[in-house]
Design a protein around this ligand. Sequence first.
Ligand code: CA
Length: 226
Amino acid sequence: MRILVIEDEEALALQIRHVLNSEKYLCDVAFDGMEGLDKIFDGEYDLIILDILLPKMDGIQVLKGIRSEGLTVPVLLLTAKDRVEDKVAGLDAGADDYLTKPFAIPELLARARSLLRRTSEVKSSTLSAGGIEVNTTTHEVFLRGKPVHLTAKEYAMLEFLLYNKNRVLSRLSIAEHVWGDTFDLFTMTNFVDVHIRNLRKKMDDDREKRLIQTVRGVGYIIRDEP
Ligand code: CA
């Protein structure tokens, strides 16, 4: 898996590269929008991590350039907290997900994994664990072959946990993924708990170990063999 990071804050760009390398991803860095777009057209990437505020050409222009060439590579936007309009413009221009600065590195990794897994599972769009099967194209969910009805938020949460299977996701990361940061995230983390409880009611029936496990003080995880 090859990732391109386009970020002009050199220390941050190099830190991201270091972390991605230690997770065994190949990673290139570009420090401005023009250099980034050149690299994208030169090479094959599985994911682009793209800052919006960049010299020479901003992230939105880079994104428009990528999509106007018909490239479907997933793009994770890095946005500044006080620039809601950038985020809207980014999603309109074809970004797949966004992360608000400042972010914790594990949050970045969770998003990256999620997007990379989506790419590698384009052919088989089924995610599964512990008797649950999720079709990410039709959004149908099955528990041991029987259909389960989930609300949109419950579905988003379950899918995010399954994309990051065997990894702990913080409540904040789940909240930001499901609601974005249009709401007060610290309030939303309580909503996460409520939705997790509802998901468990629908998924756990009479299994011995819960499908979605609580990691005390951290968040939630779905393991392959719950
Ligand atoms: Ca920047």
